[in-house]
Design a protein around this ligand. Structure first.
Ligand code: ATP
Length: 453
């Protein structure tokens, strides 16, 4: 059962420390959020899972962590300065601004007035001054997508790794967009994270690779716990394609506020490497690119047989980390009525995503023997480096179980007086609520089996 509403997720996130409004004590900053103690773990686990699938499990992908501050020339030749815009409309009555494509029935989203201005383009990039002199020319951009830094590092990565086609470069990191109407919690924000792969292929093999990556990406989301039937594959119509794209598939997910994009998988053709390359006239670039007078690198491969320089095509699966977190929270949130008539909230996260992997609970808060033993168990499990293990020393077992159900901890381990006699502990399963008695020495394997598949 999915979450009933966005409000329930927002409330859980605040109450339990997943996500907070940024700078809340000063009234916040619109479209910007902070990840709290549990949110940082969940988000990190999702990113690690992406990295494991996209980099570690493959030998044809390399990683990158490039800078956020970006030379304005990069975003000139990428086309962002001219085309990275949304159509903006002002309401002449209530003075609110909104995106034209968000408006329904030509009415203001805030006051319902039809007294709206004509749409005009609004560039979404954040500019910032760089260096000590704040003149008109000394500015850089905060990157609006991580992709461009991958293209500008293409030659560095090829030269340092001797990769040949097909191969990819993966990156996870922040991106910034001055969204006109940030909304729906962490769905549309101004500072967010992306997980992007730029996969370079030979022209002519691009369409097959596009299909391949669509399949791969859907499978990955399913492995994260997203129900396959809630992912819609949307073929973006020609007239709505970005300037660089030959074909784009959006993976649309049923978020609490509606069906919207979770990830885009685009065939970017040879637009990107062609745009950032020197000597463009010597290369047979299919895309319509701006004449580049500034680049000092040829971003192409030489065909061994024909000796011709070929500009690779690019397939790009681009996923939002924050939208991923929202989808995962939505999928795993459940409210259940138990046999005794009581309700419980449970976050049925896949264990590899759970912020806390196990909670060790001493039955008595003030009993130093029990508490010391519990600490030893916690330390031993923590040393496995499978994620966070906590000591939950509240002295209230029922309350601890409820808390860990709600934050998605797969198992709770209770240490009691029998433990000191027979070296056994009680392990409680989050989903079934079943409790079983196991030997202390079996706990490490139990946790490994839960997390290492
Ligand atoms: P939308 O149409 O929803 O504005 P987009 O098509 O502009 O999204 P892309 O440029 O394809 O998005 O970016 C790739 C991914 O980055 C998206 O699928 C999404 O998950 C994420 N993303 C983009 N913009 C935002 C944002 N403002 N807030 C959070 N995530 C975002």
């Amino acid at each position: 059962m999915p979450a009933q509403s966005m409000e329930q997720l927002v409330s859980l996130c605040k109450r339990r420390g997943f996500i907070f409004q940024t700078n809340e004590i000063y009234g916040g900053l619109q479209g910007v959020y902070d990840y709290g103690p549990l949110g940082v773990e969940l988000k990190e686990n999702l990113k690690r899972s992406w990295w494991a699938a996209m980099v570690y499990s493959r030998d044809d992908v390399e990683g990158l962590d490039a800078s956020i501050l970006t030379n304005k020339k990069v975003l000139k030749y990428s086309g962002h300065e001219d085309t990275f815009t949304d159509p903006l409309v002002d309401c002449k009555d209530c003075k609110n601004r909104m995106r034209e494509d968000h408006i329904k029935d030509s009415k203001c989203l805030h006051c319902g007035s039809k007294n709206l201005t004509d749409p005009r383009p609004f560039n979404l990039m954040f500019k910032t001054n760089i260096g000590p002199v704040a003149d008109d020319e000394s500015y850089a951009y905060l990157r609006p997508e991580t992709a461009q830094q991958i293209f500008t590092n293409f030659k560095n990565v090829v030269d340092s790794t001797s990769k040949s086609l097909p191969f990819g470069i993966a990156q996870i990191g922040k991106a910034f967009r001055n969204e006109i109407t940030p909304r729906n919690f962490i769905f549309r924000v101004r500072e967010f994270e992306q997980m992007e792969l730029e996969f370079f292929v030979r022209k002519g093999e691009d369409e097959d690779w596009h299909k391949y990556w669509i399949e791969e990406r859907i499978n990955w989301w399913v492995q994260q716990g997203v129900e396959k039937k809630k992912i819609e594959v949307f073929n973006v119509p020609q007239e709505e394609l970005s300037h660089y794209s030959k074909a784009t598939i959006d993976l649309m997910y049923e978020f609490p506020h509606g069906v919207e994009e979770l990830e885009g998988i685009a065939n970017r053709t040879d637009f990107d490497l062609g745009s950032h390359s020197k000597n463009q006239e010597e290369l047979d670039i299919a895309a319509d690119v701006l004449k580049n007078k500034d680049s000092n690198a040829r971003l192409a491969f030489q065909n061994i047989d024909s000796k011709e320089w070929e500009v690779p095509y690019v397939i790009e699966p681009s996923a939002g980390v924050d939208r991923g977190v929202l989808a995962i929270l939505n999928e795993s949130y459940k409210e259940e009525t138990l046999e005794n008539g009581k309700n419980r909230v449970v976050l049925a996260l896949k264990p590899h995503l759970s912020p806390i992997k196990a909670a060790v609970i001493p039955i008595k808060k003030n009993d130093s023997t029990i508490v010391d033993f519990s600490k030893q168990v916690k330390d031993k499990l923590q040393k496995l480096s499978l994620g966070r293990v906590v000591l939950e020393n509240t002295g209230n077992i029922g309350k601890s179980y409820r808390k860990h159900d709600e934050i998605g901890t797969p198992i709770c381990i209770t240490i009691d007086f029998d433990t000191l006699e027979d070296d056994t502990v009680t392990v409680r399963d989050r989903d079934t609520m079943e409790q079983k008695r196991v030997k202390v020495e079996s706990l490490e394997d139990l946790l490994k089996n839960l997390l290492v598949k």
